[in-house]
Design a protein around this ligand. Structure first.
Ligand code: ADP
Ligand code: MG
Length: 506
């Protein structure tokens, strides 16, 4: 029971919250308008009530002054004297009661001619039993009361006084003029207030909008900064909020934001410097290693070609030195390439026929791995992209080499090429056992490889897919992998060749 009530209350609060305007601007304007409407309503009600009170008071005073004069004069109707209407305000009511019953009643007609016609039917009033009862109930000599005399006469202020011969004389004055005046005031106030609220709404919208300008500037700046690519590389955080006056609320936010941007900018600059140093180190180290590695290989080969007897263990050692130096050279080349791609070194840019690249790569793979079943699916038309042919060949070769080295012979591998709305899709799909899920997410990272022990023997370094990723990215493309047992596919998406640019004059 209690919980149901709670839930209903929560729902009501939520509904109310939904009704509230969302933006600060709309909320401020709505608040202003609500306040203004409440104030206007209060002022309107108070002035109308005060005016009504004042007018009714005046009527009561008039009634007191008039006493029962008109009612008393009604007595003489029929005797020829006629009621004394001349001194009375038009609409004045006179009633004479005897023992609680009306014996005579009249209303002063506004028509001047009627003054001479005492027996005019219009001057006579008939009362319903309820009205008679109300008249009889009036306290004699007491304060005035209000009596409803139906549609034509409307409401009256009435007051009873004791007559001379045991009767009760009631005089009344119509409330209608007073009610009309109050109504007119109400109409006037309603008009004036409606105009005032509309004008205040319009002016308030402009004013609030103007006052919130600094906030909009801060928001705009924050949005621009949040759209900046802050994840890596050199970042210029030059943006600052112009509103940083600490005496205003927005200024304090702006100043804090500016300080924060300063700190973030410093941190990003430091990070960039570290990244640069690391990159330079990797590039320098691999570059420096090239020559000694080549020298080691050269000497190993020279020693192997030594004429005459070389003991078998020495020959074996020399062969191992040669093979490992070869591997080391390949790793050094890969590292150097990655360092160069990281540094954003521009690649060669020429029109590359991917169809030919694919043909060559599959032919090479077939020669290197005759145990696998290689398939090639090419479109009729040559597929062109713009980029570095040598690097793109390396991408395809790395993908095919993985299929060759990481899955057992006898397995089918297919390379397909397909142009797709401004892009080119190159897919290498194999029917191998697949890539372990825990490896799949990190497979494009450097030095990430499957079975470490087995891989080392097959010449695995974990750099192949990292190079694929870096080269494809440098070409403005993407590479994705999907793998399940029996089907692993790497998809490279490259932007299609741009229309050939006019040759620059040499
Ligand atoms: N076609 C594939 N089938 C199964 N595993 C694969 C395939 N391609 C890549 N892998 C896994 O991803 C790892 C990373 O590949 P890669 O970056 O080329 O390094 P490497 O080939 O030198 O080991 C590999 O060690 C292997 O475990
Ligand atoms: Mg590989």
């Amino acid at each position: 029971m209690n919980r149901a009530v709670n839930r209903a209350a929560k729902r009501a609060v939520n509904a109310a919250r939904k009704l509230l305007p969302r933006t600060l601007r709309a909320r401020l304007i709505a608040g202003l308008l609500v306040l203004l409407v409440v104030t206007c309503a209060a002022v309107g009600l108070a002035t109308a009530a005060a005016l009504r009170h004042f007018l009714v008071d005046r009527l009561d005073q008039q009634l007191t002054e008039a006493g029962g004069r008109y009612a008393a004069s009604l007595e003489h109707t029929g005797t020829g004297a006629g009621p004394d209407t001349r001194a009375q305000t038009p609409g004045t009511l006179g009633v004479r009661l005897l023992d609680g019953r009306v014996t005579a009643a009249g209303v002063v007609d506004g028509d001047a001619d009627d003054a001479d016609n005492p027996d005019d039917e219009d001057d006579r009033v008939a009362f319903s039993p309820a009205q008679q009862h109300a008249l009889a109930a009036l306290p004699v000599g007491g304060p005035a009361g209000t009596l409803d005399l139906g549609r034509t006469l409307g409401r009256y202020r009435v007051r009873a006084v004791a007559g001379r011969d045991g009767d009760v004389l009631v005089s009344g004055l119509p409330l209608r003029p007073a009610e009309d005046t109050v109504e007119r005031l109400e109409t006037l106030e309603l008009t004036v207030f409606a105009i005032a609220v509309a004008a205040a709404g319009a002016a308030g919208a402009v004013w609030v909008g103007w006052s919130l300008r600094p906030l909009r500037r801060v928001v705009g700046m924050a949005e621009r900064v949040s759209a900046l690519p802050l994840a890596s590389g050199a970042v210029m955080l030059a943006e600052r909020v112009p509103d940083d006056d600490p005496r205003t609320e927005v200024g304090r936010v702006g100043a804090a934001l500016n300080r924060m941007l300063g700190h973030v900018g410093d941190a990003l600059a430091r990070r960039h410097a570290v990244e640069e140093r690391l990159r330079a180190f990797a590039a320098d180290a691999s570059h420096e290693l090239r020559t000694p590695v080549a020298t080691v290989r050269g000497h190993a080969e020279l020693a192997l070609r030594h004429p005459g007897d070389v003991p078998a263990p020495v020959r074996h050692s020399l062969e191992r030195i040669d093979a490992e130096a070869l591997r080391m050279g390949a790793i050094v080349e890969d590292l150097l390439l990655l360092a160069r791609l990281d540094a954003g070194r521009p690649l060669a840019e020429a029109e590359v026929d991917l169809t030919r690249v694919a043909l060559n790569a599959v032919a090479d793979a077939r020669a290197a791995g005759p145990g696998h079943r290689w398939r090639l699916a090419l479109p009729e038309e040559p597929v062109l992209v713009s980029g570095d042919e040598h690097r793109l060949s390396q991408v395809v070769a790395n993908l095919l080499a993985n299929a060759r080295t990481h899955i057992p012979p006898g397995t089918g591998v297919e390379l397909s090429l397909e142009p797709a709305d401004g892009h080119v899709e190159l897919t290498v799909t194999d029917e191998g056992p697949g890539i372990a899920p825990e490896l799949l997410d990190r497979v494009f990272e450097r030095f990430v490889r499957g079975d470490r022990a087995r891989s080392r023997a097959t010449g695995s370094t974990g750099l192949g897919l990292a190079i694929v990723h870096a080269v494809v990215q440098a070409h403005g493309g993407t590479v994705t992998v999907a793998s399940r047992p029996g089907r692993t596919s790497f998809t490279v998406r490259l932007p299609g060749a741009r229309p050939a640019r006019p040759a620059r004059p040499a």
